[in-house]
Design a protein around this ligand. Structure first.
Ligand SMILES: *[C@@H]1O[C@H](CO)[C@@H](O)[C@H](O)[C@H]1NC(C)=O
Ligand SMILES: *[C@@H]1O[C@H](CO)[C@@H](O)[C@H](O)[C@H]1NC(C)=O
Ligand SMILES: *[C@@H]1O[C@H](CO)[C@@H](O)[C@H](O)[C@H]1NC(C)=O
Ligand SMILES: *[C@@H]1O[C@H](CO)[C@@H](O)[C@H](O)[C@H]1NC(C)=O
Length: 677
């Protein structure tokens, strides 16, 4: 299925990636990342098919539980559970995938439609098929036994999609007889890139693909979709806080401001460019990332959008779905365009925003995470909420706080990060694009069969040790993160003249990659990065503290209490039986959070460079890294039940005293943006 065909046609119509992705299954996790995926499989993600109503009783599987007319719960789950199951080789999850996919395929409509909607229901909206197909194409990459069933079903659905779109955009555009709101149509129109991805996957991987048909569908989606290029212009884009802008204007551009849309949409320019060969799209993709993070970004690597973009205030929230979609878009952008910045940002979100929003055992998650969030409790609604459209439980941890989408969509985060962490570089190289512990087994286009084990505690350590076995010479490329101002590498193997001497790493300015020539046989390579404290300026003269890839937050203590999971939209308990580990949590500070920091006093107290990390590495106290500094309590009023803007005028309430900062991924609660002394 893969191979020659890809080489022949890629050059003709679909522009090649800078670094082509590898199929799901080529990369397996090691070290802490393997433990995380195992915890996910043993936690909420891996049990949803058994107990979570929007998966187990989904209308896709003969039930009737859906949280909206979009019917996206099961498709989102499939898109994340496939890479999870196949990355760690989990037989239970593979069996669940088999059973559910067989059900969906055996209920394919005569006309090719996939999913519960009938023509007469008036609910045929293409959108939920986008994540379904992303799940199915990953399945085809990882498990060839599906080729004879899944591929024909996708082809039939593709024929239908062509017919529907030719019929005045049915399934995409509002039409008479639809029972869908304009907004429901909006999801499919703003997220077209996620369906175009599958059309391009077929184009490159399906030997029976009808290329003209696929190109026509891509073109029709482009035409019927909303054009991000109209938004990312100096004239249209809102560079300030949306609450300060003209509200009619803000409302008119809503699809472009919705957080998950923005996250999914970041990749759109690069996706469209592949068939449109349009420099405007490439420029737009870069601008989209720059502006989104400059004007609406959190230092943890995600987007501040509590349902909709707001601005940079430290009490705005970031949705977990937005974080995992941001990670996926950024990894795609690195593969498509090769800019180092995209990979830096993907790692930032993976090591900070994502773990900050999930408890260490992977059973409970937040809907939104705030940079300054010293407690995670049910807020008092009658005082008003700091969010645009997130309820009073949005910042608590639980089964489905605020809305179920993050419950079903969060599983894609680390599995897709892993699956995209290695890339092809030319015909004789592989690249470690996203650093983390993993193992790659791959046959390069030049015929070299290679296995590369990346042994590392990164991002908790600065050293990466590679063990390599290769049947022929090849080139190992490794990305040096931008924060590592200096780095060195060494190599020892057959025919090595330097005998393992360390050399300065001189990364390519655009891609951040260094090249290490590797000889056939067994060899080893070592990369040593250098992290230092970095102070990031935020709103109201506040600072956020980074140390290499990790963002730190003020340690405010941690007192957690749990209760049975509640419905996202009522105070009723979710009816069981539920796994006992599934709980809703409130977490409170046990020390003061209203601190100003003296940045000149920051000291790195400990750093773990070797040894085994605990399984629940993103839990309180799990990693022996923290920072110490001096701070003073300041008067810091609440706003709508949470810490308000960072105070500009500092009214000190205490003398200097020691304060501790810990990585946001382990802290769960804390204060990232602090005033300075
Ligand atoms: C909560 O949402 C479900 C759909 O997911 C709906 O059936 C139910 O009526 C809603 N409950 C309340 C109290 O609004
Ligand atoms: C490139 O994209 C821009 C923005 O969407 C569009 O206006 C233009 O027509 C496109 N050019 C081509 C050649 O498709
Ligand atoms: C919530 O806030 C309102 C208005 O300030 C107040 O009257 C009420 O007592 C508060 N409720 C709780 C549970 O604190
Ligand atoms: C939580 O922080 C606030 C503000 O600093 C403080 O007043 C309160 O005492 C803290 N809670 C505990 C239990 O220490």
């Amino acid at each position: 299925m893969f191979g020659l065909r890809q080489l022949l046609i890629a050059a003709i119509c679909v522009a090649p990636f800078t670094f082509a992705p590898l199929p799901l299954g080529a990369i397996t996790p090691k070290g802490w990342l393997q433990s995380q995926l195992r915890l996910m499989a043993d936690g909420l993600a891996g049990h949803e098919y058994e107990f979570y109503r929007y998966v187990s009783k989904s209308s896709w599987l003969g039930g009737s539980s859906e949280y909206s007319d979009l019917h996206e719960g099961f498709p989102y789950w499939l898109n994340g559970i496939v890479p999870l199951a196949y990355s760690i080789g989990d037989d239970k999850l593979k069996a669940q995938i088999k059973e559910s996919v067989e059900y969906v395929l055996s209920h394919q409509a005569d006309d090719g439609w996939l999913g519960p909607e009938t023509v007469s229901s008036g609910l045929r909206n293409l959108w939920a098929r986008y994540p379904l197909l992303l799940g199915l194409t990953q399945l085809l990459e990882a498990d060839q036994s599906y080729e004879s069933t899944v591929l024909p079903a996708i082809r039939k659905f593709t024929d239908l999609t062509q017919n529907m779109l030719q019929d005045n955009g049915a399934g995409l555009l509002p039409r008479p007889g639809d029972h869908l709101s304009d907004q429901d149509h909006g999801w499919g129109r703003i997220r077209i890139a996620d369906l175009i991805l599958t059309m391009q996957w077929l184009y490159e991987n399906d030997e029976e693909a009808k290329q003209d048909q696929l190109l026509e569908i891509m073109g029709m989606l482009r035409k019927g979709g909303l054009d991000w290029a109209t938004w990312y212009t100096d004239k249209q884009y809102i560079k300030g806080d949306l609450n300060d802008a003209d509200q009619a204007y803000v409302e008119a551009w809503f699809p472009f401001e919705h957080g998950v849309n923005v996250a999914q949409g970041l990749k759109t320019g690069a996706v469209i460019n592949r068939f449109e060969h349009n420099q405007t799209m490439i420029d737009m993709a870069r601008r989209a990332v720059d502006w989104t993070f400059k004007y609406h970004g959190s230092t943890s690597g995600t987007i501040l959008a509590d349902e909709r973009l707001q601005g940079l205030s430290p009490y705005y929230g970031s949705e977990l779905c937005t974080t995992v979609e941001t990670m996926y878009s950024l990894t795609y952008l690195y593969q498509a365009l090769g800019d180092r910045d995209f990979a830096d940002r993907a790692e930032l979100a993976a090591f900070n925003a994502l773990p900050a929003a999930v408890l260490g055992d992977w059973w409970s998650h937040q809907y939104v995470t705030q940079p300054n969030q010293p407690y995670s409790v049910t807020l008092n609604k009658s005082k008003g909420l700091p969010f645009w459209n997130v309820n009073e439980k949005g910042q608590t941890f639980g089964l489905e706080p605020d809305y179920p989408c993050c419950t079903v969509n969060h599983p894609q985060g680390y599995p897709k990060f892993l699956a995209n962490s290695w890339v092809k570089v030319g015909s004789d190289g592989v690249g470690h694009a996203l650093l983390s512990p993993s193992s790659l087994t791959w046959k390069l286009d030049n015929g070299a069969q290679v296995t590369v084990d990346a042994n590392t505690n990164y991002p908790f350590s600065d050293n990466l040790d590679y063990e390599i076995v290769a049947s022929k010479d090849f080139t190992l490329h490794v990305r040096i993160p931008s924060w590592s101002k200096t780095a060195s590498w060494s190599y020892s193997g057959p025919g090595d003249k330097n005998e393992g001497t360390a050399q300065n790493a001189e990364p390519d300015a655009r891609t951040g990659l260094i090249s290490i020539p590797v000889s056939a046989g067994k060899s080893t390579a070592r990369l040593v990065l250098t992290r230092s404290i970095e102070t990031i300026s935020r709103m109201n003269d506040a600072v956020a503290i980074m140390h290499g890839p990790l963002l730190y937050t003020l340690d405010v203590g941690y007192h957690a209490t749990s209760s049975p999971p509640k419905w996202y939209n009522s105070s009723a308990d979710v009816s069981g039986p539920l796994p006992t580990e599934s709980k809703d949590w409130e977490i409170r500070n046990t020390t003061s959070w209203n601190m100003a920091i003296d940045t000149s006093t920051i000291q790195v107290k400990s750093q773990d460079n070797s040894g085994n990390l605990p399984d629940e590495v993103w839990s309180r106290g799990a990693v022996p890294i923290h920072l110490e500094a001096e701070g003073r309590e300041v008067d810091w009023p609440l706003w709508r039940g949470v810490p308000g803007q960072v105070p500009l005028k500092k009214n000190y309430l205490s003398d200097r005293r020691p304060i501790t900062l810990v990585p946001v991924g382990v802290a769960k609660i804390g204060m990232v943006e602090l005033p300075t002394l």
